[in-house]
Design a binder for this molecule. Sequence first.
Ligand SMILES: C[S@@+](CC[C@H](N)C(=O)[O-])C[C@H]1O[C@@H](n2cnc3c(N)ncnc32)[C@H](O)[C@@H]1O
Length: 188
Amino acid sequence: MINHSSKTSLTGLKNKMKIKDKFILDACCGGRMFWFNKKHPNTIYIDNRTEEKGFCHQRPSFEVQPDIIMDFRKLKFPDKSFKLVVFDPPHIMRIGNTSWMAQKYGMLEKSWEKNLQKGFNECWRVLENHGILIFKWSESEISVKKVLSLFPIQPLFGHPTAKSGNTKWFCFMKIPETIQPTQKGNEN
Ligand SMILES: C[S@@+](CC[C@H](N)C(=O)[O-])C[C@H]1O[C@@H](n2cnc3c(N)ncnc32)[C@H](O)[C@@H]1O
């Protein structure tokens, strides 16, 4: 694991991780629970923390072991580095920080709107043209409508309502600006 807050240079990172083969970014991997292959060879897993097994007493086998410790608000990757980015940030605020939910998923901070905006914009920046951004959100406290309104781009498709459970998935595609419908308006 690489701690990017230390002085590791990007070239050093590239050499260590063969970043050219890493065209998928998980921007806040946590325990990688939604991954079928939790060590996918083409993926860089980042999070802003590490946690050893046992730190969460109710979930003793749970751990957070990113490849790189990094903040999704300040990604240390060049523009257009990835073909696919998955962004599954914390979504809960009103919960004690010692609860297992908070330990597993992290918590939203007071400045959560700014943080999510910065995170989304960074994920977008590091995405190649025609790359895909998958955003996951749970509507337990904050609505999909509210969270999507923070982002400058509209998803192509996803869950428009909360009728079928709380967890929502959205697919964005980085279509170059000239043909981005949210920016030009829906002219058809
Ligand atoms: C909902 S969990 C991710 C769960 C993960 N997708 C899974 O499959 O297990 C959100 C994660 O975001 C991380 N996180 C919160 N703020 C962050 C930040 N600024 N930069 C990077 N990761 C962050 C938390 O530590 C937490 O592990």
